[in-house]
Every structure is written in structure tokens, then in C-alpha cells.
Design a protein around this ligand. Structure first.
Ligand code: C5P
Length: 476
């Protein structure tokens, strides 16, 4: 049996694998095993289901790779008109929709409307001479990743619970080997009727999922209660959860603090000292940590970027403001200091705008050192985050300077990057970094290939997730 060394793979493949692994919260090796397993499961299984497979009643609920496909069965009720909107909501989520209408449904909406909205032929008949499918109901039941029934009428539920197959919709539901999601819609009296209760319980026992019904006004005037079909967006959200279950979130339960961007150190009310940091790398790390499930606090100097979704962002100006906000955010599990904090500020900051007057001497700026936020937090006795990560932006002797910085500042890891003008890192979209990790007095250096700042962020967060293990709780 041949063996495979991941280290020897193509750089591009390694980057791809690292990204996939980061996204799934797995090691690269586990990811490769998963890919091989997916391949053999998908590609080498027998074409026909085995007897055990045929016997298994529970629907298969696995994430769908590529474009997801839904067979939407539209039942015959007044809520059928909402099924047309549901087609739109599913398509917005990049889900292919193929519609099947019961005979009663065609009294409320036309197959033409369903077909125009879905962009696919809509089906109505069990015996259809024009169908391109052989045994059409079997193909419609299986050539999809999920079957949604909306509206699921009391009659359709009854047929399903009893295994009827006398029309195309019920035949598909009986032949289905995919998950089925029902959105019931009926008069409250019908929903609460003992027969419907029995049918719903039986269907739930058979592994069928439900969304709704909701309470509210009925189409019949003056009637209200439980029986209104769930709204199309609710049904589409529920369908999406089936098709794309949430990915593992390896940093859930962890608090992550990130600094980003430059600081502005005032000279007078209108002038300041700044640097060229764009904040892109820190913002990308915040987004990656959020995607990994962490509670993220981002403290940013002045940047021209949108706040990342789901992240609590505090905007500051100077190094001293940034330190105050960082201290206020403690305790955290992980602190990542990606900001390019100004080393000095102006000691004699003018209260009024400095004036250029004839014959007056050129003003002299006196500089005073700013607090070092990374060093301050790394050296805390109490409330020191279990993992403190700094950045070292260097223009020469990158690794040696970064090693010295790691020791001097007292942090645990340093992300070292070359910010010489030739590298184009400052303000650019790509980054070439080395991760220095300290283990006692040993420092390990891992050099990464050139990647986008988003990729660097995902890599870094994947390393953090490994350090903390997958489960939430205290630091490993
Ligand atoms: O000393 P130098 O500025 O190169 O150190 C870079 C690292 O230290 C970065 O992680 C940066 O965010 C952090 N730093 C800081 N406060 C300062 C200066 C740097 O947190 N005043």
C-alpha cells in the first residue's frame, strides 16, 4: 500500500488542504482521510442500494456538496400561492428546485407558474408520456437532496402516514430515500383533529421533519389558530439547515480579543502621526475567529474597512485609547495583537492648531514612548490570556528579530511578516508569514507559503483551534 506525505505535496494543494481543514476544525491529516472516505463512499458504492440500505428507514442527513437540489411538492390548499414565493427563496439560496403539484394544487397555482419560477419543468401526473424519466416518480424522489412538501395538507399527511401512492406526489413520498420536510397548512380544527394528530405523530416517528404550522389568521374569514403555513423564508431556512448543516465551530465558547489597524497620535487638533497599516490582516483574523465560533472583540485604529459581521468592534484613535479598551475587554482566552501601534506619541501635543507665522521658528515635536500593549498584556500576573499572539513586521533579519521580540515581549506566539516595500504587504492583499511558537525555551518556526490575508487568518485560527482542542472550556 502506497503512503502519502502531505509535506511533499504541491504548495497550492497544501494551502487548499489547510484551508479546508481550518474550516472544518480538523487537522490536515484528518481532512485528507475525510476526503478519501467521501470519495470511496460516493464513487465506489454499488449502484443499487443494498438490502440493508433499503431497509433503513431514517433519512440520510449529510451536508450536500455543490449545488443542492430540492423536489418541492405543492399540496392543494390556499397556502399553495406561498409555495411560489418559496421557490424564489430557495433559488436565492442557490438551491435548484423541481416542482411537483398535486391535482388539487393546480386549482390554486398553475404548473406554468411553478415552472417559470423554478426554471425547470413542473410535474403533475404519475403516468406522464412526456416525462424524460423512466419510472418518473422514483427519479423525482431520488434525484434530489431533500423533498419539501409545502403546503402539506391534512389529506397529503394522511396519505403519507398510511403509505398511499395513488398520485405522483404520494408515490414520490413513498419512494423517497432523501430527507422529507413538511410545512403543514390547514384549518386549526383539522390540525387539532385526533386523526391528524395521529398522522403527524406517525410521520415524526418515521423520521419526517416539520416546519410550522404557525398560529395566526386563516384564509377563511374570522378563523384563527394553529394551522398557518410557516413563512417561505422560514421553510427555506429549515431546508438550508438540512442541506448545509452548520460546520463544526472549534472555538465556540472562547473569547478572542484582536487589535488591528494603525493608531493616530495627535500633534494638534487637526494633525496626527500615523502609519500605513490598512487593518486588513486583523479584520480577516476577526472574521475567521468569528466563523470558528468564537466571541470576538475587535479593537481597531482608524481604518477604511467595514466591521466584520458578528464581531463586536470598538474604534479607537491612539495607542493609549487602544490599551484602555484592551484592558477593559479582559478576561479573554486568546489575544491577538495585529495592530501597528505607533511606538511614539507627541509629548507636547498642541491644544490649538500649530500656526505657521512669519519669522517664527519651526515647531519642534517632542516624542514620548507609547505603552506597549502586547508587552503589557503578556506580562500581566492575573488575567493574562492563556494564549497571547503578537505580530512582528520587519524589513530585515525577519526570523532573528521576531525571535528576539517573542522573548522581549513575553508573548506565546509571533506571526512574523516581511513588510519591506518590495514585499507589498503593507496595504496589500497578500502576506508571507512565519509562525513562531514558544514551548518553554524552544522556539519553533513554521514558514507558510504566500497567501491572501484571509488565508493567513484561517491558517492562524486553525492553529489556535488545535492549541485549544476542539471543545469549548478552559485552555489546553
Ligand atoms: O515592537 P513592534 O512594534 O515591532 O511589535 C509588534 C507587536 O507588538 C505587534 O503585535 C503589535 O500589535 C504590538 N505592539 C503593541 N503596542 C505597541 C507596539 C507594538 O501592542 N506600542
Amino acid at each position: 500500500m502506497a503512503s502519502l506525505t502531505i509535506r511533499k505535496l504541491d504548495e497550492a494543494i497544501k494551502v487548499y488542504l489547510r484551508m479546508r481543514a481550518a474550516r472544518n476544525g480538523r487537522s490536515v491529516e484528518e481532512e485528507v482521510r475525510g476526503i478519501l472516505r467521501e470519495y470511496t463512499d460516493g464513487g465506489l458504492q454499488p449502484a443499487l442500494p443494498s438490502p440493508q440500505q433499503t431497509a433503513a428507514p431514517a433519512p440520510h442527513h449529510a451536508p450536500v456538496a455543490g449545488e443542492a437540489r430540492v423536489t418541492l411538492i405543492i399540496g392543494g390548499g390556499i397556502a399553495a400561492y406561498k409555495a411560489l414565493d418559496l421557490i424564489r427563496r430557495l433559488k436565492e439560496r442557490h438551491i435548484r428546485v423541481r416542482c411537483v403539484l398535486t391535482k388539487a394544487a393546480t386549482q390554486f397555482v398553475t404548473p406554468l407558474a411553478a415552472s417559470a419560477l423554478s426554471g425547470e419543468r413542473a410535474y403533475t401526473d404519475l403516468f406522464d408520456p412526456e416525462s424524460e424519466f423512466d419510472a418518473g416518480h422514483i427519479r423525482l424522489a431520488r434525484d434530489c437532496d431533500l423533498i419539501v412538501v409545502a403546503p402539506a395538507t391534512a389529506d397529503l399527511m394522511s396519505k403519507m402516514a398510511h403509505g398511499a401512492a395513488d398520485d405522483l406526489a404520494s408515490a414520490i413520498l413513498l419512494a423517497a430515500r432523501r430527507p422529507i420536510l413538511l410545512a403543514p397548512a390547514m384549518n386549526p380544527m383539522m390540525w387539532s383533529n385526533a386523526a391528524t394528530r395521529r398522522n403527524a405523530e406517525q410521520l415524526a416517528r418515521d423520521g419526517i421533519a416539520f416546519v410550522g404550522p404557525n398560529a395566526g389568521e386563516m384564509a377563511e374569514s374570522g378563523e384563527a389558530g394553529l394551522g398557518r403555513m410557516a413563512e417561505p423564508t422560514e421553510i427555506a431556512d429549515a431546508a438550508e439547515r438540512f442541506l448545509r448543516p452548520a460546520e463544526p465551530r472549534p472555538l465556540s465558547g472562547k473569547r478572542v480579543l484582536i487589535t488591528a489597524g494603525p493608531t493616530h497620535e495627535p500633534i494638534d487638533p487637526v494633525r496626527y502621526i500615523a502609519n500605513r497599516s490598512s487593518g486588513k490582516q486583523g479584520f480577516a483574523i476577526a472574521a475567521a475567529a468569528e466563523a470558528a465560533g468564537a466571541e470576538v472583540m475587535l479593537i481597531s485604529g482608524p481604518v477604511g474597512l467595514n466591521d466584520p459581521r458578528g464581531v463586536s468592534v470598538t474604534h479607537v484613535e491612539s495607542a493609549r485609547d487602544m490599551l484602555r479598551r484592551v484592558e477593559a475587554a479582559l478576561p479573554v482566552d486568546i489575544a491577538i495583537f495585529a495592530a501597528a501601534v505607533a511606538d511614539w506619541r507627541v509629548a507636547n501635543e498642541g491644544e490649538q492648531k500649530l500656526k505657521k507665522t512669519a519669522n517664527a521658528a519651526t515647531p519642534q515635536l517632542e516624542l514620548v514612548e507609547n505603552p506597549d500593549i502586547l508587552a503589557t498584556i503578556s506580562k500581566l500576573k492575573e488575567r493574562r490570556p492563556p494564549l497571547v499572539i503578537g505580530f512582528a513586521a520587519e524589513t530585515e533579519h525577519l526570523i532573528d528579530n521576531a525571535k528576539a521580540k517573542l522573548k522581549r515581549k513575553g508573548c506565546d506566539w509571533i506571526v512574523a511578516n516581511d513588510v519591506s516595500t518590495a514585499s507589498g504587504v503593507m496595504g496589500g492583499d497578500r502576506n508571507s508569514v512565519h509562525l513562531l511558537t514558544r514551548n518553554g525555551s524552544d522556539i519553533a518556526v513554521d514558514s507558510w507559503p504566500v497567501m491572501t490575508k484571509e488565508q493567513v487568518a484561517m491558517e492562524l485560527i486553525s492553529e489556535v483551534a488545535k492549541r485549544f482542542g476542539k471543545s469549548a472550556g478552559t485552555a489546553a
